[in-house]
Design a protein around this ligand. Structure first.
Ligand code: RIB
Length: 411
């Protein structure tokens, strides 16, 4: 499958500041970087670094040599990119010490695209191909309509949200990838789950990926709802993270990956991007993404680790009174399911886990305090002393007193 990205190219002027400048404020910037950028260019580079065959179509100005070069250096086909009179698009980007950004755009050459040029580009692609586009060019609605007429798989990232998006027919799309702010603007819903529900109700065939920054993302893939957590990294600059996510997700889908797998890869790529400066320069290679994926626990693994920790903490914190029903209430599961879960995650039944923890605590008290054995038995939650003595002997092969003595002698 070939991927056509009809997308913007900008020269990004990035100012590093303590905080984003407010109205009536003047701040001195410590640093100015000039990077290649634009949502279109960033996404093409992400696609190429993820291993996809990508054709970038759009317009640059006469100052856009470095934009064309960075695309082609990354293996993007630029035969459909036109140079037009005037300046390329520009983005003025403030990046705060926390890595947040504020951007305004001068669209420049990105607005030079004509319907005739769009038709000529699309004539090179067929129903077997994918179109990716954002909303920093003119004629978004026209590109979507014409590509859908050719039967292409159309993936739209409606960013930035404006009047042009309101004119775009979402029922012509296969995929919609958007962030919380765009989802709210389009659906009028506040909560991410409600936004997702809105799209499912209005466009039942549409696959929707809703990115939520450091909270990960939600997705409806046409059959099921999925969520993907964000990978934990130290944030330097979030600019271009959404583009990295979109490019890697599109490339994975084009390669035939399952949506859950594509989301995980995209989330890992975006995490690497936010840990670096700039938009295009921060986009990782597929090798770097694979390394992060291999060194991170899987979703299920992470969830299992979390549950195991909660079960063990519950037993430790409720050593005298612990009960399976109460633990089930804390975890939000039925007692039967919680019993199965405890066995699966700890390798013991709930009652064996509790006995083991009580014996461990009793052994600690025998060694570290002078408290009489009867008192310790009571402190660790046993009402039946002979039951405790039997369990203790099974575990330590000694009676509590022998244990205290032998360890005391050894000191
Ligand atoms: O998504 C990040 C991009 O948005 C920047 O590279 C900038 O050019 C703006 O278009």
């Amino acid at each position: 499958m070939k991927i056509l990205n009809f997308g913007s190219c900008n020269i990004d002027y990035v100012y590093s500041l303590d905080h984003i400048v407010q109205a009536k404020e003047t701040e001195m910037t410590a640093r100015l970087d000039v990077f290649p950028g634009g949502k279109g260019l960033n996404q093409s580079i992400a696609l190429a670094r993820a291993g996809a065959a990508v054709y970038h179509a759009g317009c640059i100005g006469q100052d856009g040599g470095m934009l064309a070069r960075v695309l082609s250096d990354n293996g993007v086909d630029i035969s459909l990119l036109q140079t037009v009179p005037g300046q390329s698009g520009q983005a003025i980007i403030q990046v705060s010490a926390e890595g947040e950004n504020a951007i305004f755009l001068y669209p420049g050459a990105n607005m030079a695209l004509s319907e005739a040029q769009i038709d000529a580009v699309l004539s090179r692609f067929s129903a077997a191909d994918m179109l990716l586009l954002q909303n920093e060019l003119c004629h978004t609605d026209y590109i979507v309509r014409r590509a859908a007429e050719r039967g292409m798989c159309v993936m739209l990232n409606p960013s930035p949200y404006n009047e042009q998006i309101k004119k775009t027919d979402f029922s012509a799309l296969s995929y919609l990838i958007l962030n919380e702010v765009e989802a709210k603007d389009i659906s009028g819903c506040e909560l991410p789950q409600d936004c997702l529900r809105y799209f499912r109700q209005h466009y039942p065939a549409l696959k929707v990926i809703l990115t939520l920054g450091d909270k990960g993302c939600l997705c409806f893939d046409g059959e099921r709802e999925l969520c993907q957590r964000a990978f934990c990294v130290k944030v330097k600059d979030t600019t271009g993270a959404g583009d990295t996510f979109t490019g890697f997700f599109a490339a994975e889908i084009a390669h035939g990956a399952d949506s859950a797998e594509a989301l995980r890869t995209a989330a890992a790529a975006a995490a690497i991007a936010v840990s670096r400066n700039g938009a295009a320069p921060s986009i990782p290679t597929m090798e770097e993404v694979r390394c992060l994926l291999q060194s991170s626990p899987t979703e299920q693994g992470a969830k299992a680790d979390d549950l195991r920790t909660r079960i063990e903490a519950y037993v430790r914190d409720h050593i005298r009174t612990a009960a399976l029903e109460e633990l089930a209430g804390e975890l939000g599961y039925s007692a039967v399911y919680t019993g199965t879960l405890v066995k699966k995650l700890t390798g013991r039944t709930f009652s064996a886990l509790l006995q083991e923890e009580r014996c461990r605590l009793a052994a600690h008290k025998l060694l570290c305090t002078d408290a009489p054995v009867e008192e310790i038995i009571e402190q660790v939650g046993y009402k039946n002393a002979s039951f405790f003595r039997r369990i203790f002997r099974q575990t330590y092969r000694q009676t509590p007193l022998q244990f205290r003595q032998s360890k005391g002698d050894a000191k």
